[in-house]
Write a protein that binds this ligand. Structure first.
Ligand code: PLP
Length: 392
């Protein structure tokens, strides 16, 4: 029998993946299932980016890359951030940047403060690296954002990181410059705490976006900024992300990456150079399209009795409350007790896959991604409406 390491104790299949797989199983058995559950733009990777990849292949850019990244990509990212390339690591997706960062810095018992709801992978990544997540509940009444008081109260001598994500997955909440500065004022009093700012949705923002580095430049010597091409450039499958941080941290992360994956895919890095330095018109066009979809989805969901959908300022998710439908009965007499019960009912009765809020650390809600075609969103909202109308 396989003996698994204690390191992966409690690490379950991500609930998002589980929902997608349940939907795929239903579909395979002949059911009509629509998934609005994944955080992946439906747009294609822009043509000039795909062309750069083709050229890279034809020109023999097919060998091992330097571990910390293709020099042209490190330079492009560094130039845009106003730092030297030594401050940049390129990894196999933003996900690997985060994993490298935690593996390079956490010892058992070290704490990572995370405002929740948040992207569910954070919890498992911290655990995999031996750390402990200190989850701060940030509900709809607080705009899903952490206050300086919450942060101050959460910091202990074991706190290693504050992990921020703005715009947020799953809520779309965006911290203003003033809110970031107020958090920065707390952090200034605690020099042992580093800040990881995951800004992967920075270019998909409908309100003014402020990077943590802009809001708190005086904390740059303990700030890690995480970004990549997956979301804004519709390049989820290319697996390119980067971190910007002091070179001491970049070097430690490079040592980790060197033993896990080596440098990221050469062809994908060449494509990412084209994405980062090339024409950006698609960013504006797609942001406008996402905003129109958001407006449609928010209105359609708020028209459903028992569903309460705040308007998100960024990313491509809504995170409505389903508290108003809990306690109601499905046609077979089952009482919906939790958000997961509700999402299960919506999938079983209406063939719509959405993700329960508990996967992100805030039960009583669900996440619906609007990175889908308008026709799918219309159909999805109609299915949700039908699933709620079935309840008594
Ligand atoms: N950070 C957040 C908040 C995300 O939502 C995601 C993907 O869903 C990532 C990071 C991972 O990005 P990548 O595809 O670059 O690994």
């Amino acid at each position: 029998m396989l003996r698994k390491s204690s390191r992966i104790d409690g690490m379950a299949l991500s609930e998002i993946v589980a929902i997608s797989e349940a939907a795929a199983r239903l579909r395979a058995s002949g059911h009509d299932v629509l998934a609005l559950s994944t955080g992946e733009p439906d747009f294609p990777t822009p043509p000039h980016v795909r062309k750069a990849a083709t050229l890279a292949m034809q020109n023999g850019v097919t060998r091992y890359m330097p571990t910390s990244g293709m020099p042209a990509l490190r330079k492009a990212v560094a130039d845009a951030a106003g730092v030297a390339p030594a401050h940049v690591i390129v990894s196999t997706g933003a996900k690997q940047v985060l994993a490298n960062m935690f593996l390079a810095t956490l010892d058992p018992g070290d704490e990572v403060v995370v405002p929740a709801p948040c992207w569910s992978s954070y919890f498992d990544m911290v655990a995999l690296a031996g750390g402990e997540t200190v989850k701060l509940r940030c509900g709809a009444e607080a705009g899903f954002k952490m206050t300086p008081e919450q942060l101050e109260a959460a910091i202990t001598p074991r706190t290693r990181w504050l992990l921020l994500n703005s715009p947020s997955n799953p809520t779309g909440a965006v911290y203003t410059a003033a809110e970031l500065a107020a958090l920065g004022a707390v952090l200034k009093r605690h020099p042992h705490v580093w800040i990881a700012s995951d800004e992967i949705y920075d270019l998909i923002c409908y309100a003014p976006f402020t990077s943590f580095r802009q809001a708190c430049p005086e904390l740059a010597d303990r700030t890690m900024l995480i970004n990549g091409v997956s979301k804004a450039h519709a390049m989820t499958g290319w697996r390119i992300g980067w971190g910007i941080a002091p070179p001491t941290l970049i070097d430690a992360m490079t040592a980790v990456q060197g033993q896990v994956t080596s440098g990221a895919c050469s062809i994908a890095q060449a494509a990412a150079v084209a994405a980062v330095t090339g024409d950006m018109q698609h960013i504006d066009d797609r942001r406008d399209a996402f905003r129109a979809r958001r407006d449609y989805v928010v209105d359609a969901l708020n028209a459903i009795p028992g569903i309460d959908c705040p308007v998100p300022d960024g990313a491509f998710y809504v995170f409505p409350s389903c508290a108003g439908v809990l306690g109601h009965k499905t046609p077979d007499g089952t009482v919906l007790e939790t958000d997961a019960d509700f999402c299960g009912h919506v999938l079983a009765s209406a063939g719509l896959a959405i993700v329960p809020g508990r996967a992100f650390g805030l039960p009583g809600h669900f996440r619906l991604s609007y990175a889908y075609a308008r026709s799918d969103l219309e159909e999805g909202c109609a299915r949700l409406q039908r699933a709620v109308a079935d309840l008594t």
